[in-house]
Design a protein around this ligand. Structure first.
Ligand code: NI
Length: 413
């Protein structure tokens, strides 16, 4: 009994040694990670146009002597670290920016009008490059393979699906995948996630309401698509409030409307676009069916015609594997401390990380980057979104610790 106790303590000591080494090595390269992040932040690129970001990733991996494959799904890059003897896991980052005009006061703000890294994918790429450097420096400790996946087009382009369909989870076969996403409304140095469904399934919706235009002074000689379209917008909300169980989650948001060019002309069409969300795939299908029925019926009742399509890339719900969240949670606790890591409820945001976890177990977690002292209080997708960069080496360290722990647990079966 005594010997087993001492062996247990020895394991704890070894683990603490390893974790503190990861943390100190990550802190040592903090300015290197921050510099990568700032370079990417100043040069944001939209989906499938991440050519410069991709080149920066490739150049960095080359400098680190890490072999990689490039031009996967247009701009995607996959680096490989490890000795190839043993299991294979993957860490994933996304590289694309958003069509938002940056309004922060930081001195490395976006140099491109109308484009901004407002979802923190610059941080994701930089943290994964940091992890790449740390893993390479400690490659002799890796029994197995770690794939570093840098993907394009998370923001509505389903880059993750394209990467998956190009086989990045094969040869060698990836057994588990992990990703971090920054969260501006969580304090710096905290992490949260959950087992099971974390993020919603999403679908875009487009409705073209067709009427018959004419002089605005003679509405009786027209069939007005604007009044009909407005009724559709309002009526769609009843699907959520009256048809969905109050305990089930669903969202229908019409976010874009287009009609007309003059105040005295009734146009002949009105276009509505928006997003549909549910925590299950069945929920998405149910909402899509009802949106189509309601829009078409209201159009008919008002002498119009509605064409309803769901044209975008529909993301499935992001579902975390229970074991992977357990492992990711303990990896994060070792880096951040017990009190800094929490369980959270599901949210209705969507993520194309779901395409990877449709195929293999994985875990997606949120890393806090908020800090009221530097006005880093805004949520992602806000023009004032800011990051406490102290979080970046922590994110890199969590990546490294998760990867090493995952390989270890897979080896031990
Ligand atoms: Ni994002």
């Amino acid at each position: 009994r005594d010997s087993s106790t001492s062996r247990g303590l020895g394991d704890v000591y070894k683990r603490q040694m390893q974790t503190s080494k990861i943390i100190s090595q990550a802190k040592e390269i903090q300015s290197w990670i921050v510099e990568k992040r700032r370079t990417i932040h100043q040069h944001p690129e939209l989906m499938y146009e991440e050519f410069e970001t991709s080149k920066l990733v490739q150049k960095t991996l080359s400098d680190l002597d890490i072999t990689f494959e490039k031009d996967i799904a247009i701009t995607g890059v996959v680096g490989i670290v490890g000795n190839g003897n043993g299991p294979c896991i993957a860490l994933r980052a996304d590289m694309d920016a958003l069509p938002i005009h940056e309004e922060t006061d930081i001195d490395f703000k976006s140099k491109i009008d109308g484009k901004m890294h407002a979802c923190g994918h610059d941080c994701h790429t930089a943290m994964l490059l940091g992890a790449a450097r740390l893993l390479k420096e400690n490659e002799e400790e890796i029994n197995g393979t770690i794939k570093l996946i840098f993907q394009p087009a998370e923001e509505g382009g389903a880059g993750g699906k394209m990467m998956r369909d190009h086989g990045v989870l094969q040869n060698p076969k990836v057994e588990q995948i992990y990703a971090l996403h920054v969260a501006g409304t969580m304090p710096m140095g905290t992490l949260a996630s959950r087992e099971g469904t974390l993020l919603a399934g999403t679908s875009t919706v487009k409705i073209i309401v067709k009427g018959n235009g004419g002089h605005a002074a003679a509405p009786h000689h027209t069939i007005d698509p604007v009044v009909t379209g407005s009724k559709i917008i309002v009526e769609l909300q009843t699907i959520i409030s009256r048809e969905l169980s109050p305990l089930e989650s669903g969202v229908i948001s019409i976010t874009m409307t287009k009609a007309g060019n003059a105040c005295n002309v009734i146009p002949s069409t009105m276009e509505l676009e928006g997003t549909i969300r549910s925590l299950t795939l069945e929920g998405i299908l149910k909402l899509q069916t009802r949106v189509k029925e309601v829009a078409e019926s209201i159009a008919i009742a008002n002498r119009c015609k509605a064409e309803v399509t769901f044209p975008g890339n529909d993301y499935p719900p992001t579902i975390n594997d229970a074991e992977c969240w357990n492992l990711g949670k303990s990896a994060a606790i070792e880096i951040l401390g017990d009190a800094q890591v929490a369980e959270m409820g599901p949210i209705m945001g969507g993520e194309d990380f779901a395409y990877y976890t449709q195929e293999i177990p994985g875990c997606f977690s949120f890393l806090g980057v908020g800090n009221t002292e530097i006005d880093a209080v805004y949520d992602v997708h806000h023009p004032m979104f800011k990051v406490d960069e102290e979080a970046l080496p922590l994110g890199a360290a969590i990546h490294v610790n998760s990867a090493l722990k995952a390989l270890k647990s897979l080896r031990e079966g």
